[in-house]
Design a protein around this ligand. Structure first.
Ligand SMILES: Cc1cc2nc3c(=O)[nH]c(=O)nc-3n(C[C@H](O)[C@H](O)[C@H](O)COP(=O)(O)OP(=O)(O)OC[C@H]3O[C@@H](n4cnc5c(N)ncnc54)[C@H](O)[C@@H]3O)c2cc1C
Length: 491
């Protein structure tokens, strides 16, 4: 269920083991889910730029197997815009000191010292966790505004878990060491430096959607089915097993699809609500309360050859609503129809149904035009056209109770429906990147094909996974820097 990276990877792995499957995708046009690439007038845009980077060689090899020469290796350049200044990101000492000035630097040092002497005991919120690590002053410059834009809630409400998952193992001293010392003097030697300070990433020539279109073509060629415009609306079970699902097609017809094993990448909240007979009362109540953060991108074409050199810029500045700006030509030149022009993606984090989400497309394009001008990135008349892409449930929210809720749901499903496996990002309500989502799918597909008992819930969670190469935290949020940026993902 779902033709995003996880659903398609599961089907691909099953197919490699000679097992045929049917992938049911609600979207009538796109495969790739959050990792799709959208095209408008020959200009291509991601839902957020998707870096291809994994600490798993198996996932890297799978990308290479599918994309071959179409996979580019790109240099990374990204900066933070805050109060009319551009901070190199990952931070560089001279640039940061010049931007902050001596007075602010001294304040940051004192506030760090204060946090070390008086740490918050047992930090539960993201704010307390990060403040303990870096001091309140640095927290307020490099974490607070951006994190609140991304999540739409106070850093006091966000769970420390999120910070721990994304930026575990970082400390101010490590960040300073990374910013000041030449690479050969850094702890862990050359290999650790290469692993932690990633300056390059891979990217398909035509964007991440190219990967998932190619996988779909291979699946179909091998006799599998990938159905677009087939939204799963009910999951029927009996005698302790899922028996079939009901899909509603784009034309409104419904039909039943049966099977032996079911893999879901559908957001957990929706999935539990679809069970027929209904899930247990505690599981339903827990699922209804899971929360998500939504996302929209205003993709504009700018009549200028070079707008800025970065792949993306984080906009921490609270004077504008935009959270991040992608420059897709710098990801791959093939993303633009005309090299004399530039395709930018202005990313706004929002909640489905709020003021930004419900704004008319033309108003959103006007907003993007105004904000580009106020950030002095380009003149309003240089914005030639704009397309709006709304993406519900881009981020599963880690509030302070999501873990207990997820446990109630998992306990119920594990016991009641052993032939239903949850994988992926929203499918597991876990802040998984593409590689993690794919890995969870590979493991589950292997369990089905080979009778193994891998635990997909261990991917991207255990301490060892982070510590081993310190890549997950460092690469996804940049180098060893005091900032809480989801990759993606916003982070
Ligand atoms: C802004 C942003 C930037 C990101 N950047 C990166 C990055 O740089 N690098 C990286 O590795 N990862 C990145 N990610 C994460 C990556 O996109 C996800 O990890 C990955 O797409 C998750 O794959 P998935 O298959 O689990 O879920 P999804 O991509 O969400 O796919 C799920 C699919 O299920 C379908 N579906 C939902 N409900 C139903 C239903 N009822 N019936 C049928 N189909 C249904 C959806 O339409 C969708 O196609 C980013 C994510 C975001 C939001």
């Amino acid at each position: 269920m779902g033709a995003g990276p996880a659903g398609l990877t599961a089907a691909y792995e099953l197919s490699r083991h000679g097992i045929r499957s049917t992938v049911l995708e609600a979207d009538p046009r796109f495969v790739g889910g959050l990792a799709r690439t959208v095209e408008a007038n020959g200009y291509r845009f991601d839902i957020g730029g998707h870096r291809f980077f994994s600490k798993s060689q198996e996932i890297e090899d799978l990308w290479t197997e599918i994309l071959g020469d179409e996979m580019l290796s790109r240099e990374r350049l990204s900066r933070i815009y805050y109060r009319n200044k551009y901070f190199d990101y990952p931070l560089k000492a001279t640039n940061a000191l010049l931007n902050m000035g001596p007075v602010e630097t001294l304040r940051c040092a004192l506030s760090y010292a204060w946090a070390r002497i008086h740490p918050v005991k047992n930090p539960i919120s993201l704010e307390d966790w990060v403040r303990n690590q870096f001091g309140y002053r640095l927290f307020s410059i490099f974490f607070k505004t951006y994190t609140e834009k991304v999540w739409g809630m106070s850093t006091k409400e966000l769970s420390a878990d999120w910070a721990a998952q994304r930026i575990k193992g970082l400390s101010l001293m490590a960040a300073v060491r990374s910013a000041i010392l030449p690479q050969r003097f850094q702890r862990g030697g050359r290999e650790a430096v290469i692993k932690t300070l990633i300056d390059r990433f891979r990217y398909p020539r035509l964007g991440p959607g190219q990967m998932w279109e190619l996988v779909t073509a291979r699946l179909r060629a091998a006799g599998n089915t990938v159905e677009l415009g087939s939204c799963v609306v009910a999951i029927h079970h009996g005698d302790g097993r899922v028996r079939s699902v009901t899909v509603r097609t784009a034309s409104g017809e419904t039909r039943e699809v049966s099977g032996t094993d079911f893999i879901s990448t559908i957001p957990v909240r929706d999935l539990v609500g679809m069970l027929a007979p209904a899930a247990s009362e505690p599981a339903r109540q827990a699922a209804e309360k899971l929360r998500y953060r939504d996302f929209l991108s205003v993709a504009v074409v700018v009549n200028r050859e070079t707008v800025f050199p970065d792949n993306w810029i984080y906009i921490h500045d609270p004077s504008v609503k935009v959270g991040r700006i992608q420059n897709f030509k710098n990801w791959s030149p093939a993303m633009v129809a005309d090299l004399k022009k530039t395709g930018l993606g202005l990313e706004y984090f929002c909640f489905e149904g709020d003021g930004l989400w419900t704004m008319a497309d033309a108003e959103l394009v006007d907003l993007a035009r105004d904000e580009l001008a106020s950030l002095r990135i380009c003149r309003p008349d240089e914005v030639l056209s704009g397309t709006v892409i709304r993406m519900p449930k881009a981020y599963p929210v880690y509030d302070d109770v999501y873990k207990q809720r997820l446990k109630v749901i998992r306990d119920y499903l594990d016991q009641a429906l052993p032939n239903l496996d949850l994988v992926g990002r929203n499918g597991m309500h876990h802040y998984n990147n593409q590689d993690h989502s794919m890995m969870t799918a590979l493991l589950v597909a292997r369990n089905i094909a080979l009778g193994t008992s891998y635990d997909q819930w261990k991917v991207n969670t255990d301490a060892e996974y982070h510590e081993e190469a310190r890549i997950d935290a460092d690469d996804r949020s940049g180098r060893l820097v005091p900032t809480a940026i989801p990759v993606d993902d916003a982070a």
